[in-house]
Write a protein that binds this ligand. Structure first.
Ligand code: HEM
Length: 109
């Protein structure tokens, strides 16, 4: 289904909190965090050439997928989902913000 353009626009604003560490879109490269093109619906830890934490690698081995539910939980509290992860982000407390930024990410699949 086509994402709601207003939601995607809101997600672009939320993504400002991510862009110190992540790039997305044409020409995106790894920075502190991996580039995020195609991440929605994919197995965790699959951006080629990025050196993930052991926590992400373990989750990948266990078959974890970045679907709406796992992304929502991770973006709310990264450490709750990947205990030994390396994403030093306080998390998005607002469910609306998480919904919007996930719609924004999905736009780059
Ligand atoms: C990993 C999203 C903010 C650093 C990830 C992953 C996602 C993500 C989806 C998993 C990527 C994969 O499995 O390929 C976001 C979003 C953010 C955000 C949407 C804002 C709401 C940040 C910030 C930082 C950061 C601010 C740096 C301070 C990282 C790092 C990883 C990561 C280092 C790899 C984690 C590991 O190997 O354990 N992020 N991120 N992220 N992110 Fe973020």
């Amino acid at each position: 289904a086509m994402p709601d353009p207003a939601l995607v626009a809101a997600g672009e604003r939320v993504f400002r909190q991510c862009s110190s560490c992540h790039q997305i879109g044409e020409g995106a490269v790894h920075r502190v965090g991996p580039q995020l093109n195609g991440v929605v619906g994919r197995q965790v830890g699959q951006a080629e050439g990025f050196n993930y934490s052991p926590g992400v690698k373990k989750a990948a081995e266990e078959g974890m997928i970045w679907d709406h539910a796992t992304l929502d939980a991770y973006l709310e509290s990264p450490r709750a989902v990947i205990p030994k992860g390396r994403m030093s982000f306080q998390g998005l407390r607002s469910e609306e913000d998480r919904e919007a930024v996930i719609a924004y990410l999905r736009n780059y699949n």
